[in-house]
Design a protein around this ligand. Structure first.
Ligand code: PGA
Length: 878
């Protein structure tokens, strides 16, 4: 077993002790003693000690009702503290003898490889300058931690950094310890579960806070690193306006299945973004105005500043006034419609030019060293965030647009759009798109739902182009879905091009994505409206929920290949937008490997992906970690663009076809066809109870019904809690074992060695199987499931064992993750804290189901805390 780094171990130990002392202060030594007995029992039980297991269950059974909540909280908080220590460990100061982290060397090493491969200096610099990576922050409800706690966690990480200096004086060390103790006490005495659902505006504010507290600082640092790697490799610098990575957002724009996101909310969020951006730049410009007291200036700057003795300050103060005016207007406009006065900044150019003028003048006058400080950082921020901070996407369900059009055609006496064939719909939409007269008569009275769709389109039309990203259509299937949105936007008065993006997210829709886009691109007039690349979104998690991960992964891959091909034929650039979550079942996985496993040609300098829920915190919540992740993105996209993986061999494709066909059949045989599956799912997992966790602003379901009506997130979330992790692996056991039985084992090994796509799939599968735990899942069955349904549970656990055996065989190991001992160790150390939470959760579920009417009490609170704790321990929610 790999040793966990002694420093990490020490940090975890220290945080645990400090938590213990808070618990003792509040609840006394006897209570702390119980926690210790539970922990030690769990640890011994994991090592196979029957005595340990007895001690664990006996102590848990002996808990009084009023002790359930604090016990759940203790283990939950401990797991959160362990996460903080582990996260901090990724960025702690490295000793000179330690190897440089992969994230820090990935770009210099790649540039060296590319040079050796014959890429010239100019072309490399151009490529990096042109990269177009967009990370789209979404409010997907998978962040269980409250914002107020996240702030305390960040502060704890700061103190770990502060104490990580050997030369601290004893008094200084003591003060750090006191601060840590205080922060942990604050966290312990703060409720970890939100009482009320956040509103979409709260969610958007949370996203802005990540920018304010982390990305605002990380982005210029990251670009400094890119610039110096580029310079070292090529002697060239990154252009001032280069923004290889940008940010977009769905927070306040994604209304798919979320009635709380209205046109008014979207408007408010757009204004808040402007307010926030102006406020952040004001802080920068204030600092610059204080620092740039220099006198000598270029003629160009002089022409602006007149004969002012401090020309830089003069120009910057003017900019400061405009930023103040912008901020004041955004604030006032939040309280009512208000035309912006002329001082309000409307165009990125107005922000950039004065700063660039100062920058150039400093360089011209021999003060490059001053120019390249905070002023350069500010210019980098302007290039990345601009005046609007993020580009807001809109997302709405295809069915809502079709319903709106049906209402309109019905009113006009044309029949019902929803009943028309695809050809008829297209003919109608094309005609109307070309028509100069409006489609909607003035006296048209829409239903509330259609009025909302139309109001949203009007907000889009009214907003500045640079403040918006794409209009994404969920559950899209055909060309008319795209044209329908174009027509509704036209009706709302949109006169500029906007990217209207179909999101393909079922197996059938992914299979049909190529033909649909082919037809769309060939429709008369469509290309003229396109302007820029054709964007297509691939939905990872809903397709996996529909078909299982084996078939979904292959369908996602093939759809991308076909789209690359079709767009090439039409001579249109393609931008693929990857909609994936954090967990494997939702297409998650390490970004670097994921990008390098995309089909060749699909990452041609462009890449758009969602960053969701808790992953935003894990990947971008602390500036140093954010910098590492931005490096990974940039290096992977550059590599996939310039050194794309080879196309798979025909024999690999054939085998993948078989795996997918058998995978989906095996998956659906359970999830769709087994008559007991839905009742089993409801009893064995906390699915119903999860809906009560006020995680996000949107409801857990699109409509009433069984598994099909459940969104992908609660579906995955429920199986994660019981550790069966079913959606992430079900189907692979059959697919892999059949192939092995057919004698195709060697080919599978070859695919794993030579085909990044397949390798990444198997790596992810292995990881999720290592987190799965059949014995824990059985505990839930024993406590919660009717006797008649239990055989199904046994069957599923048997399938889990088969999946594990197949992966072990394929990877030639006797234990999962033995080639990656650090990951394994990080998973197994958490079991000591997770096991008691699982036991408690099963018990709490049983009790709360018996007393259905008592929502909101301590029991329910303890249950929700156990959910949050397990999610924290597995570092993934849904
Ligand atoms: P959606 O996302 O339900 O918002 O389409 C699914 C997911 O990200 O898992």
């Amino acid at each position: 077993m790999a040793e966990i780094d002694a420093r990490l171990r020490e940090d975890v130990h220290q945080l645990g002790e400090l938590l213990g002392s808070c618990i003792r202060d509040q609840r006394g030594a006897a209570f702390l003693d119980k926690i210790e007995r539970i922990r030690k029992g769990a640890k011994a039980a994991r090592r196979g000690s029957a005595e340990g297991a007895r001690q664990l269950t006996a102590t848990l059974d002996g808990l009084g009702e009023d002790e359930l909540l604090p016990v759940a909280r203790a283990f939950n908080q401990f797991l959160n503290l362990a996460n903080i220590a582990e996260q901090y460990h990724r960025i702690r100061r490295r000793r000179p003898d330690e190897p440089v982290l992969f994230e820090a060397r990935v770009l210099p090493e790649l540039l060296a490889r590319l040079k050796a491969d014959g890429h010239g200096a100019d072309s490399l610099a151009r490529q990096i300058g042109r990269l177009d990576i967009e990370l789209v922050l979404t409010a997907h409800p998978t962040e269980v931690a409250r914002r107020t706690l996240i702030q305390k966690y960040d502060a704890i990480a700061d103190q770990l950094a502060a104490q990580d200096h050997n030369d601290l004086l004893p008094g200084e060390r003591e003060r750090v310890r006191e601060r840590l103790q205080r922060l942990i006490a604050e966290a312990w005495h703060t409720e970890e579960i939100r009482r009320v659902r956040p509103t979409p505006v709260d969610e958007a504010k949370w996203g802005f806070a990540v920018i304010e507290h982390s990305l605002w600082c990380a982005v210029p640092n990251f670009l400094r690193g890119v610039d110096s790697a580029l310079h070292a490799a090529t002697g060239l610098h990154l252009p001032l306006d280069a923004a290889p990575v940008r940010f977009a957002s769905w927070m306040g724009g994604d209304r798919d299945g979320n009635p709380n996101v209205t046109a008014a909310v979207t408007r408010e969020v757009l204004l808040l973004a402007r307010w926030m951006a102006a406020d952040l730049y004001l802080r920068d410009v204030d600092q610059l105005a204080a620092e740039l007291s220099m006198q000598e200036a270029s003629p160009a700057l002089r022409a602006q500043a007149g004969d002012s003795p401090e020309p830089y300050r003069t120009v910057l103060k003017r900019l400061r006034e405009r930023l103040r005016a912008t901020r004041a207007w955004a604030e006032a406009a939040l309280h009512g419609e208000l035309a912006p006065p002329s001082a309000v900044l409307q165009d990125n150019r107005e922000l950039r030019e004065p700063l660039e003028l100062c920058f150039q003048s400093l360089h011209d006058c021999g003060m490059g060293v001053i120019a390249n400080g905070p002023l350069l950082d500010c210019l980098r921020r302007v290039a990345t965030f601009g005046l609007f901070l993020v580009r807001l996407d809109i997302r709405q369900d295809a069915a809502r647009h079709a319903a709106a059009l049906s209402e309109i055609t019905d009113y006009l006496g044309l029949g019902r759009y929803a009943d028309w064939s695809e050809d008829d719909r297209i003919a109608f939409l094309l005609r109307e798109l070309d028509n100069r007269r409006p489609l909607l008569p003035a006296d048209f009275r829409a239903s509330a739902e259609t009025a909302e769709v139309l109001a949203t389109c009007r907000e889009v039309a009214a907003a500045p182009a640079a403040s918006l990203g794409s209009y994404v259509i969920s559950m899209a299937g055909s060309p008319s879905d795209v044209l329908a949105v174009q027509l509704l936007l036209k009706e709302a008065g949109l006169r500029r091009p906007m990217r209207v993006v179909p999101l393909f997210e079922t197996l059938a829709d992914l299979d049909n994505a190529g033909p649909a886009i082919d037809r769309l691109l060939g429709l008369p007039g469509y290309r003229a409206r396109l302007h820029g690349p054709q964007e297509v979104m691939i939905g990872y998690s809903d397709s996996a929920k529909d078909a299982g991960t084996t078939a979904a992964a292959w369908a996602q891959y093939r759809a991308q290949e076909t789209l690359v091909d079709i767009c090439r034929r039409h001579d249109v650039e393609l931008l693929l937008f990857h909609g994936r979550g954090g967990t494997v079942g939702r297409g998650g996985g390490p970004a670097h490997a994921a990008i390098l496993s995309q089909p060749p040609g699909s990452v041609a300098g462009r890449f758009r992906t969602t960053e969701q829920g808790e992953m935003i915190r894990f990947k971008f919540g602390l500036p140093d970690i954010a910098e590492q992740n931005l490096n990974l993105y940039l290096a992977a996209v550059l590599e996939a663009t310039l050194l794309p993986p080879p196309a798979p061999e025909p024999a690999w494709r054939d085998l993948m076809d078989r795996l997918a066909a058998e995978g989906v059949a095996a998956y659906r045989a359970v999830v769709r066809e087994h008559p007991q599956f839905v009742p089993y799912f409801r009893q064995a997992t906390p699915e119903q109870e999860l809906g009560r966790l006020p995680l996000g602003s949107r409801p857990a379901k699109r409509r009433e019904g069984g598994v099909e009506s459940l969104r992908a997130i609660p579906w995955i979330f429920a199986w994660t809690q019981t550790r069966l992790m079913l959606p992430a692996w079900l189907g692979w056991e059959t697919a892999l074992n059949n192939a092995i039985e057919r004698g195709e084992g060697e080919r599978l090994e070859q695919m794993r060695e030579q085909w990044p796509f397949f390798r990444t799939r198997i790596d992810m599968l292995e990881m999720v199987l290592a987190k799965a735990d059949g014995a824990i899942a059985r505990l839930y069955d024993e406590r919660l499931v009717d006797a008649g349904l239990r055989p199904l549970g046994d069957h599923l656990r048997d399938l889990l064992s088969q999946a594990i055996r197949a992966v072990l065989k394929l990877t030639c190991q006797s234990r999962l993750l033995s080639h990656s001992p650090e990951t394994l160790e990080s998973i197994t150390v958490r079991d000591t804290y997770l096991d008691p939470l699982h036991l408690l959760q099963a018990e709490l579920l049983a009790r709360s189901r018996q007393r259905e009417n008592e929502a909101g009490g301590a029991l329910e609170q303890a249950l929700l805390v156990s959910v949050a704790g397990i999610a924290a321990g597995l570092r993934n929610t849904g």
